[in-house]
Design a protein around this ligand. Structure first.
Ligand code: R5P
Length: 292
């Protein structure tokens, strides 16, 4: 077999499923923390001349996850692999994609350039915040929005749903879901204060009376966006609101916030470590062809 699947510490909840789809036995890396806090990684398998697929997401603690990924790439390069393909379903720092306030870095640019520099030759990811930022990676970079698998679940929980983007930037994603579900779509207008992070949702009349509504987004982080949107939609008569996202970060008290906004269901792709209250869908089938 000329291909090998190397699974990092931040892939343990999805790598077996990915291995099955790829028909490869996953090789889990050895890893530990040195007494001084530094990270140790070892790949317990020969990778010379092989097409190496490295699977590692970058959840909290993001900086450590990224460093583990870089160490894995570095370890593989020593064995002269044919290719190093990264499957990094969640790419941290993707929202710092421009200088919002003078003095800030473009974090995603540095991260993607560094992955190339370390030796990765191809990158496959799920629903990165701004697909155009993948141009910072010096090689083919594929972004997959798991519309098909998430839609299968949405069908189970809704009837003739209205698909809603929480802001105009997410409209394209809502359109794709609406097409798959043969449903209609709309968007809300949101503004975020760049200093406090506070969200303002402009009141907008949406035809939601007695409808099932699905809010689709790339990320739920603090839950603020979805909670604000849900309150407005229930006030306008929505029957049931569920959420379908690619990345359920759910930082801090996000789950409580969503519960108190009466979100009936949170559906998420399995890009991040599982948390209670979320129904995760394996998205391996959507990306597997890009890793062949
Ligand atoms: C922002 O543009 C993203 O697409 C999400 O809407 C945002 O990250 C959600 O953040 P939060 O859950 O903190 O409102």
């Amino acid at each position: 077999m000329n291909r090998i699947l190397v699974c990092g510490p931040k892939s343990e909840w999805f790598c077996d499923k990915l291995g099955k789809k790829l028909e490869l036995e996953p090789i889990f890396v050895e890893h530990k923390k040195f007494p001084d806090g530094e990270t140790y990684i070892r790949i317990p398998e020969e990778t010379t001349g092989k097409k190496v697929i490295i699977a590692q997401s970058t959840p909290y603690p993001q900086d450590k996850s990224i460093w583990e990924l870089l160490l894995m790439i570095e370890a593989v390069t020593h064995h002269k692999p044919e290719k190093i393909i990264l499957y990094t379903p969640y790419i941290a720092y993707s929202r710092q994609d421009k200088i919002f306030r003078e003095g800030e870095p473009i974090s995603i640019k540095l991260l993607l350039q560094t992955l190339s520099l370390a030796g990765a030759t191809k990158l496959v990811t799920i629903d990165i915040h701004k697909p155009e930022t993948l141009a910072y990676f010096r090689g083919p970079a594929i972004n997959v929005i798991p519309v098909k698998t998430l839609s299968q679940k949405i069908r189970e929980y809704t009837e003739n749903p209205l698909i809603l983007a929480p802001d105009k930037g997410a409209l394209n994603r809502a359109k794709q879901f609406a097409k798959e579900l043969e449903s209609d779509h709309d968007y809300l207008e949101k503004q975020r204060d760049r200093i406090t992070g506070e969200i303002q949702m402009k009141t907008k009349t949406i035809p939601v009376k007695n409808r099932d509504v699905v809010i689709v987004d790339d990320i739920i982080a603090t839950g603020g966006t979805v909670a604000k949107a849900a309150r407005m939609l229930y006030e306008q008569g929505a029957e049931k609101i569920i959420v379908a996202v690619s990345h359920a970060l759910l930082a801090g008290n996000a789950i409580e916030k969503l519960g108190s906004a009466d979100i009936k269901k949170i559906i998420a792709a399995n890009t991040l470590p599982p948390k209670s209250s979320v129904e995760y869908i394996d998205v391996s089938s959507e990306i597997v062809d890009h890793l062949l």
